[in-house]
Design a protein around this ligand. Structure first.
Ligand code: LMR
Length: 329
């Protein structure tokens, strides 16, 4: 792939769109790992369309979905090398660079997406954001996928002890590993785009993910049991290479910031709507046995997960957990 980045030197660009189009084109390659029928996939397309329209084609966002360009574990390095200019990895995947971000993986840390957004905007959330700068990264916002549910092919999961002995696919995050280890399960770090294959081969028994991710990859077709547990948040940071960002003309930066603010709101709504739709579809298909955790069961799970919070505090301190909506300490 040729990197076509022209006109990124610091220079004053005309604010008028008509004039913008006469300047050299700026290409931003945006790579992500999910399908186009997910909240992230849809928002990436919308973002590209709006930027194209608003810059008269002067700024082009090229979207590469489904990990076609770079897979999990590759896209971050590609961004840092400057081969691509934008990614939106799940926050759990950022924890290998900035482990403090794994506060977002703590089970039952947030009740809903609104709580997540408030946390991220808080002073503590912003200090987490700043930690990215050391790695030459800048975050342009947060997109939701939603809350994770559990699926597996062995048995219905109602109590946490039902997870005992199951091999569960996770994203690369120590907190997610701890969450399953505490339940007596065996966490397995697997790239998103190979989960279907690994489930099919029987290398793992189950997995946790949002319903939009599960259905977009047809994972439920390989699983017999689904537990609606809403036990953890899955969301994304929109990341750009800081150096690249600083090389962009001011008015292009403004256009990107304003458009992303608008797209972010739209994405949040899509994530909520799509999650509801997918659940209705799963209920209607009668293709998987669904258990909804009761309030009492959730309380039991929350208590059983307390050691995961201890693990976090021992490794990364109290600062980030103390600021959670429901302080577990
Ligand atoms: C996963 O690996 O399960 C997710 O991070 C995929 C995604 O980007 O939503």
């Amino acid at each position: 792939f040729l990197t076509i980045l022209i006109g990124c030197q610091q220079q004053t660009y005309p604010t008028d769109n008509e004039q913008l189009s006469h300047e050299e084109q700026i290409v931003i390659r945006f790579s992500h790992v999910v399908g186009e029928n997910t909240p992230k996939g849809m928002a990436a397309i919308k973002f590209a369309e709006l930027i194209k329209e608003r810059s008269n084609g002067h700024v082009e966002i090229q979207v590469f979905p489904n990990g076609v360009l770079y897979k999990d574990g590759e896209e971050m390095n590609a961004l840092l090398r400057g081969d691509i200019q934008m990614i939106a990895p799940a926050i759990s995947k950022i924890t290998t660079f900035v482990p403090e971000w794994s506060v977002m993986d703590l089970p039952y840390a947030f009740k809903n997406a609104q709580e997540v957004h408030t946390y991220v905007e808080s002073e503590v959330g912003q200090s987490l954001m700043k930690r990215l700068n050391k790695h030459n990264l800048i975050s342009m916002g947060v997109w939701d996928s939603g809350f994770k549910q559990l699926s597996n092919s062995i048995r219905p999961i109602q109590n946490l002890t039902d997870l005992q002995g199951l091999r569960m696919r996770i994203m690369p995050s120590d907190i997610l590993a701890e969450q399953f280890s505490i339940a007596g399960a065996y966490p397995r770090r697997i790239d998103f785009n190979t989960v279907f294959h690994q489930l099919q081969k029987g290398n793992v028994d189950g997995q946790e993910n949002t319903l939009t991710n599960i259905t977009s990859k047809n994972l439920h077709s390989l699983q017999d049991y689904l537990t609606i547990s809403n036990h953890g948040y899955l969301g994304y940071l929109l990341l750009m290479n800081n150096e690249f960002w600083n090389s962009l003309p001011k008015n292009v930066q403004e256009l990107l910031i304003d458009t992303l603010e608008e797209v972010q709101k739209w994405e949040w709504q899509q994530a909520e709507n799509l999650s509801t739709e997918r659940l209705q579809e799963m209920e209607a298909c009668q293709c998987i046995q669904i258990h909804y955790l009761t309030e009492e069961e959730i309380e039991d799970w929350e208590n059983a997960f307390k050691p995961v919070y201890d693990y976090y505090a021992e490794n990364y301190g109290f600062k980030y957990i103390e600021a959670l909506p429901k302080n577990q300490f």
